[in-house]
Design a protein around this ligand. Structure first.
Ligand SMILES: Cc1cc2nc3c(=O)[nH]c(=O)nc-3n(C[C@H](O)[C@H](O)[C@H](O)COP(=O)(O)OP(=O)(O)OC[C@H]3O[C@@H](n4cnc5c(N)ncnc54)[C@H](O)[C@@H]3O)c2cc1C
Length: 482
């Protein structure tokens, strides 16, 4: 026997996209449920340890505005994301849990993920949002061109959730496929996706020694200069040291480097990203692209990749760090992210698809509901065939970077009337995904999806028929940048 529950709006997934959607919908006064398979809210922001909230401002200057300027303390371009994203960062700032200035955020905000967990639960309470944790949405039933209910599995058994509006913030576009909507996945030819990663938090690191290594080997530091990082390090600002290609190459030659699983072309030399983030001195987070070209919507493939990463790659990479990287000789591993880091899977083929040229040309749309100015960051799916020297990842920013509009139509499927998408599964091409997948932008998209879902319920119209002027008015009321 299955239990049935009824809500106005149901949001699947509590990453930045689901948080934005669920908070905005509940804040508008409609009966809203957020379903999450993990035990805490936040998705990659908490369980994934992706704690660099990147994209509050327009991305200008990966190269042009001075090396390192995309990072951590740069406040020279205009803010494109405010609304709930700014509200959450301000709340973290109040608790001294984020490297930011209240109401004047940098391009990238480093924050404490443990501090974010209670903040999100507090806000859910304030807005009267219903939560269903440890619950996996595994299917749905449709009647005509509408979803009638979602199927959820949890400790109670099978639960059916009815609603007026369903918001897919699962990142992987689960509802998109189950509702029979068109989607794309990965690159156009192979349909393989960007690589997976697992964050490692490492203690007892002498980072000054690592900085000294980069000073002596500047060619092995890929972004910014050691002087710039040293300056930031000395004032206690977060830094991110990306590179180590030479040392990795040496380890590969010595047979000491773990081979990434799923590499369809040559093995790339991944870029190593040593981040101090919001951790105390002596601790770092390490980010490395690990499993290439995995289709994470295939359960067997995902399991195989996760086992390989946790059994072979994480320990292998850690022993490489200890053996080869100055400053890591006496390091120890504290913990790893429990949610595997996934950058790409299904993308809706919606009423409108945001394309690379929309980003490059800063296009504007009448039905704008959010904005982005983040450069397009695409990692190689095969490994090594894209821009080798950056470990198979590229960053492309618009020639005149002022940001671009995200139109409401890119959140809407072509046929199902009561479904809205949010976050990295909206209708975008692969390059544009590289821009919108930043956490603040996903949250802004979510905020728009949530307000639209609430208006659809209040005005009793299909999602496609939500009056755009009213939607924009409501968003602006909540400090959203349009
Ligand atoms: C390794 C890595 C590094 C990154 N670096 C940065 C960075 O530095 N800065 C930045 O801004 N962005 C970064 N990103 C991108 C960013 O983290 C993601 O694009 C963003 O989190 C996507 O938001 P989302 O809400 O769509 O999905 P997610 O954050 O992935 O959240 C999806 C949520 O849905 C839940 N869920 C999924 N399916 C179901 C289901 N069927 N039933 C119930 N719950 C479900 C998941 O448990 C999860 O909580 C990075 C991503 C990765 C993987």
């Amino acid at each position: 026997m299955s239990e049935t529950k009824q809500f106005d709006v149901v949001v699947v997934g509590s990453g930045p996209a689901g948080i934005g959607a669920a908070f905005a919908s509940a804040r508008a006064g409609v009966n809203t449920l957020l379903v999450e398979k993990n035990s805490v809210l936040g998705g990659q922001m908490t369980s994934g340890l992706v704690t660099g909230f990147h994209g509050m401002r327009v991305h200008e200057g990966f190269i042009s505005k001075g090396v390192g300027s995309i990072l951590m303390d740069d406040r020279h371009t205009s803010v494109v994301v405010k609304g709930l994203a700014l509200e959450i960062m301000n709340r973290l700032a109040d608790k001294q849990a984020a490297y930011t200035v209240k109401d004047d955020p940098p391009m990238r905000i480093e924050y404490d993920p443990e501090a974010l967990i209670p903040v999100l639960f507090e806000m859910a309470d304030e807005y009267g949002l219903h939560l269903m944790l440890n619950s996996f949405v595994f299917g749905l039933e449709k009647k005509g061109d509408k979803i009638s209910f979602l199927k959820v599995a949890n400790k109670s058994g099978e639960v059916h959730i009815k609603a007026n509006v369903f918001i897919d913030a699962s990142a992987d576009g689960d509802l998109i496929e189950w509702a029979g909507e068109e989607f794309e996945k990965g690159d156009a030819l192979s349909h393989r996706c960007m690589p997976l990663s697992i964050y490692q938090v490492i203690g007892n690191v002498d980072l000054q020694k690592t900085l000294d290594y980069f000073r002596a080997h500047p060619q092995d530091l890929h972004i910014s200069t050691v002087d710039r990082w040293q300056q930031m390090y000395d004032k206690g600002a977060p830094i991110a040291l990306m590179g180590l290609r030479d040392l990795v190459q040496k380890a590969v030659q010595n047979g000491d480097y773990p081979i990434p699983l799923g590499t369809s072309t040559s093995v790339p030399y991944p870029i190593f990203d040593i981040q101090t983030s919001f951790l105390p001195k002596g601790f770092v987070k390490l980010l490395v692209d690990m499993a290439y070209g995995i289709d994470i919507t295939n359960a067997d493939e995902l399991s195989k990749a996760e086992i390989d990463m946790r059994k072979n790659q994480v320990p292998g990479i850690f022993s490489f760090m200890k053996k080869y990287v100055p400053g890591f000789e006496n390091a120890y591993m504290l913990y790893t992210s429990n949610l595997i880091g996934t950058r790409e899977s299904r993308r809706l083929k919606g009423i409108y698809t945001i394309v690379k040229d929309d980003v490059l040309e800063n296009r504007k749309f009448d039905d704008v509901v959010a904005r982005s100015g983040r450069a397009m960051n695409v990692h190689s799916s095969g490994g090594g065939d894209l821009n080798q020297e950056r470990g198979g990842q590229q960053w492309i920013e618009a020639p005149i970077p002022i940001g671009f509009d995200i139109p409401y139509r890119a959140l809407l499927p072509k046929t199902v009337k009561n479904l809205i998408t949010s976050g990295r599964c909206i209708s975008v091409d692969r390059d544009a995904l590289g821009s919108i997948r930043g956490e603040p932008v996903c949250m802004a998209i979510g905020e728009a999806a949530g307000v639209a879902g609430a208006l659809s319920t209040i005005l009793q119209v299909g999602c496609k028929d939500v009056p755009i002027k009213e939607l924009q008015l409501q968003l602006k009321k909540y400090n959203v940048v349009l």
